[in-house]
Design a protein around this ligand. Sequence first.
Ligand code: ADP
Length: 259
Amino acid sequence: MNTNATQQPVPLIQLRGITKAYGEGATAFLALKGVDLAIGRGEFVAIMGPSGSGKSTAMNLLGCLDRPTGGQYLFMGAHVEALSRDERARLRRRYFGFVFQGFNLLARTSAQENVELPLLYRGEPAARRHAAAARALEAVGLKGWEHHTPAELSGGQQQRVAIARAIVTEPAVLLADEPTGNLDTQRSHEIMELLARLNSEQGITVLMVTHEPDMAAYAHRIVRFVDGLVASDERNPNPAQPGSFRPAPAAAVTGTKAR
Ligand code: ADP
């Protein structure tokens, strides 16, 4: 294990003075203005903040999709900011899983095949792909749905497929960008419970952008961005537990549509 001089484990993720400018010269816009953030292995962090505060920019950098303009990003002690595009892609494929608001599944492609895709890119043989995808789909509660296409699945189920696709490579970090943004309340809580379980049972580090306090409540730590900087960084002493959400009785629910 990487350790520093005092034998403390090195954080999984360390951002030091990270800046990100879009554009150049006089018209450049500084979206991140010097972000310092350390995230340990196994944390569950919600990233909140107003629109335009730099959350997506930070997530793109954290997921090695983009490079900072300045500062340092250490992942497992390695300097990501110094890596080439190909090296970043390798790091990304090995250690990161991504979940998006819009699910981003291939239409007309079965759940099983969608989940196998990252393993196909890795060149895994068919038998290993099939077995790993079946395991991942079971882990997200979709055993028996393997051969359905996205159009045959509800929104909540589609997001489960997307989560299975993200975890099939056994990533260290799951980056989720508003994963419940397209879902109703009940489905949103179900997805959050799934993320909380993956975090607590499989030890996957979860970083999630959300606008919804009810969803952030599942995280153990809440980091708020304002104007390109970390404005607050707080522990959540009582994270919402899987099973704690009780839907309102059906008669009391108006105007919501199960997805
Ligand atoms: P958030 O995710 O919190 O809404 P973003 O990281 O998307 O914030 O954006 C932060 C700021 O950077 C915004 O002012 C946005 O307009 C600007 N920005 C984001 N992406 C680009 C880009 N590709 N080119 C120029 N400006 C951008």
